[in-house]
Design a protein around this ligand. Structure first.
Ligand code: ZN
Length: 234
């Protein structure tokens, strides 16, 4: 096995050449100051990459990823990213995106303990234990249900950070979104909640209430199909 990764460096040369051929000013534009409108907080899973699933070029989305897309309010990494994105880049939207079949979420439902990862996943484990009955009632969908609940919980935690609170207090436009991605069809689902102010945040049902009332999030493709059906049957 080679100690170096020359094949990846070769691919990089080919990629840069292809980009320049199809778009001669691409790297000139990329070398300018970044002005992304979106902050993406997602899972470290190698199959969920923000730019790809959003079909956005580099420069359009600021990204933070960790296992199971957890917002720990003592995590200097996520807080630094959040502060920079909100205060300096002035992103208008924060997308908290989970995904179905998340290995981190699945681990939080198991009895395995002892790894550092289990400390990281503790908020999920606590939520699961509190609502074990209704999550287990989902049977084969128990992990996916927990993936959805995790997104909803993390949006709430994000909305409670002083960084987001201060932005709203000074009248800065900032919208939070909870989405979930499915590997099997490549589609994002808008799960919610959508939050644009402290008033909206404070009016939200608690995560414990939400655990008792599951909803099926819809992809844009399904929403479009429903709209077409409604228009033709009206
Ligand atoms: Zn994951």
């Amino acid at each position: 096995m080679s100690r170096t990764l020359d094949h990846l460096l070769d691919q990089n040369v080919a990629w840069a050449a292809e980009r320049t051929r199809t778009d001669p000013t691409y790297f000139l534009r990329m070398s300018e100051v970044q002005r992304p409108e979106y902050l993406w907080i997602g899972c470290s899973d190698s199959r969920v990459t923000a730019n790809d699933v959003l079909k956005l070029d580099p420069g359009a989305v600021f990204v933070h990823r960790n296992i199971a897309n957890v917002v720990h309010t003592s995590d200097l990494n996520i807080l630094s990213v959040l502060e920079y994105a909100v205060d300096h880049l002035q992103v208008k939207h924060i997308i908290l995106c989970g995904h179905y079949g998340c290995g981190g979420v699945e681990r939080s439902l198991s009895e395995e303990r002892g790894a550092l990862l289990d400390h990281w996943l503790q908020p999920l484990t606590m939520l699961y234990r509190k609502h074990r009955g209704c999550i287990e009632a989902e049977g084969a969908h128990r992990v996916d249900r927990m993936c959805e609940l995790n997104v909803e919980m993390q949006v709430r935690r994000l909305a409670a950070t002083p960084i987001v609170e201060k932005a709203w207090s000074r009248g800065q436009e900032l919208h939070l979104h909870g989405w979930i991605y499915a590997m099997h069809d490549g589609l994002l689902r808008d799960l919610g909640p959508h939050l644009s102010s402290r008033i909206e945040r404070d009016a939200l049902p608690t995560i414990d209430e939400r655990a008792l009332r599951p909803v099926t999030p819809q992809s844009m493709r399904l929403r479009q199909a429903i709209e077409v059906f409604s228009a033709t049957s009206a």
